[in-house]
Design a protein around this ligand. Structure first.
Ligand SMILES: [Zn+2]
Length: 77
């Protein structure tokens, strides 16, 4: 359930810098040790979990919008 807060949102995250990596996490370009760091962090930080979910949604939407790429390398499914 979405939590709406009118007051400015307090980010009580112990590692707010991880937020910069979320976009790379969701688009799959993040190194595996950094992925692990994020996964561990979101397991204990609901705020980042929410934020990451948001990024995942955006990424999904963008992926659908993306023009078809070169097909030469795509394996047949
Ligand atoms: Zn956090």
């Amino acid at each position: 359930m979405p939590q709406k807060q009118n007051s400015n949102r307090e980010h009580r995250c112990s590692q707010p810098q991880l937020g910069d990596l979320f976009i790379f996490y969701v688009n799959g370009t993040l190194a595996s040790d950094q992925r692990k760091m994020i996964e561990e962090h979101i397991s204990e930080c609901p705020e980042c979990r929410e934020e990451l979910r948001f990024f995942a949604t955006v990424q999904e939407a963008m992926a659908k919008d993306e023009p078809p790429q070169k097909r030469s390398n795509v394996s047949h499914k």
